[in-house]
Design a protein around this ligand. Structure first.
Ligand SMILES: [Zn+2]
Length: 450
């Protein structure tokens, strides 16, 4: 099944995907030098897999917002050339094809679906890269043994971007505002119907439900921002462990080990309250050992490209564990001892300062700020003003003894006086005194990123 020919040989081959007006030529990727590879990733399993993630990154997808057409324009030629099985398994409400890519011939079927929430694209990017790796799109092929072991050991079925209409406008719900992950029981949407029918046909042994979670989520009550949250969903309201869920827990432990090597203290466990309307829970109930992977956010990763690479690496590692059976010797405690995801944090706390507003004496207050884009940390707005001791946030800036001068463009002149309203842009000039010409220290918010 694995096309032995490298795509180097295909450099002169044009693969028509969407008709004559949209042919494209597969391109080769230059080989990085060995020293750079070693510096990049090391020799551990995750190190090797991270090097693969870097080498096989789909170059046309560079940000977390991209369309169905952009995705399939990149991936379909690769999958077609490698002779992977590509099937249309349904259409979205607006008629966009929902496609699967099947790779490998192993006994156990593994089903992965991504982006049922249209604005949760991290794993979709990773699946594009993984398809390139399985297709062996490079001149050299030092990963052949790993690749072939996986392809002989398992049959992988990818269903990327289950909600293409939502992805088109980067919204969670489908075209008419329905949350597909609250439609697993009723099956009102064509997207949910397609996933259910696919599951019923394949009856996969393992499933991966791939999402992105709110960036304002921390590891435990006092931890840092969660980069990854894992869940072996409950199969019923008792939240007990039958064989199916027990297997899922071992797979989750395998994933946790991989992610934690690169993200110590940033991997959490998702709440396992049973939801009879959600796909992860019901697919577990329907007999497929299923793991939810939620991408959170990382500082300095505004387009989630680091998280994309970590997904590629962790998924390749877990595919290998499924192919070899190594997953069954994982320690369930690795998953069980993860701290729970804790939501509701503010993005930024500014503690210890005094707020200076024209016409009033400086007031000793703290500020909580939320960004319009919590992942990229841009577009900060005032969320709360007052004594915010005990309020949790992803980041905290201490300005003890300093004075916060809101930018003049952000304050409101009301009949009672000048105020900084909730929801106003957070652009705070920090000075050493209450005087507007006192020594300037820094600006918080505005065009600067905190
Ligand atoms: Zn989601």
């Amino acid at each position: 099944m694995l096309a032995k020919r490298s795509l180097v040989a295909a450099a002169v081959v044009s693969v028509s995907v969407f008709g004559a007006c949209s042919t494209r030529t597969l391109e080769t990727v230059p080989t990085p030098n060995a020293a750079a590879v070693n510096l990049c990733c090391g020799d551990s399993a995750m190190g090797v897999a991270l090097r693969i993630a870097a080498d096989y990154r789909e170059p046309t997808i560079t940000t977390r917002r991209f369309t169905h057409e952009q995705f399939w324009s990149a991936v379909l030629p690769v999958a077609t050339y490698a002779e992977f099985k590509v099937d249309e398994v349904g259409k979205s409400l607006h008629g966009r094809p929902l496609r699967t890519i099947t790779i490998g011939t192993g006994r156990d079927t593994v089903l992965l679906w991504s982006q049922m929430h249209g604005d949760e694209s991290t794993a979709t990017m990773a699946l594009a890269d993984i398809v390139r790796w399985f297709a062996n799109t490079r001149a050299e092929s030092r990963d052949d043994a790993l690749r072939e072991r996986i392809m002989k050991g398992v049959t992988l079925v990818f269903l990327p971007m289950l909600n293409p209409d939502g992805a088109e406008v980067f919204q969670r719900e489908n075209a008419v505002g329905v949350d597909i992950n609250r439609d697993a029981r009723r099956l009102s949407t064509p997207e949910a119907q397609a996933l259910k029918a696919l599951h019923d046909r394949l009856k996969p042994k393992f499933g991966f439900n791939l999402h992105d979670q709110n960036a304002r989520t921390r590891v435990g009550r006092d931890g840092v921002q969660a980069a990854i949250a894992l869940l072996a969903p409950a199969h019923d309201a008792s939240r007990g462990y039958n064989d199916v869920r027990s297997r899922a827990r071992l797979v989750a432990s395998t994933l946790a080990t991989s992610f934690q090597t690169e993200l110590p203290n940033r991997v959490a466990k998702y709440d396992d309250t049973f939801n009879p309307r959600a796909f992860g829970d019901l697919i577990q109930q329907w007999g497929t050992s299923t793991v939810l992977i939620e991408s959170g956010a990382l500082p300095g990763d505004p387009q989630k490209q680091r998280l994309r690479a970590l997904h590629v690496a962790a998924l390749i590692s877990v595919f290998d564990a499924l192919a070899t059976g190594a997953w069954s010797s994982a320690n369930p405690d690795t998953y069980e001892t993860l701290l729970f995801n804790t939501g509701g944090a503010s993005d930024l706390l500014v503690l210890g300062g005094s707020l200076v507003l024209p016409g009033s004496a400086p007031a000793r207050v703290d500020l909580a700020i939320n960004y319009d884009d919590a992942v990229a940390r841009t577009g900060g707005r005032v969320r709360e003003v007052g004594d915010l001791a005990g309020v949790v946030a992803i980041d905290t800036i201490r300005v003890d003894g300093l004075f916060l001068h809101p930018d003049a463009s952000t304050v409101t002149r009301a009949s009672a006086g000048v105020l900084l309203p909730i929801g106003a842009p957070a652009v705070l000039h920090v000075r050493r005194g209450a005087d507007a010409v006192s020594e300037f220290v820094r600006t918080i918010g505005g065009s600067t990123r905190n």
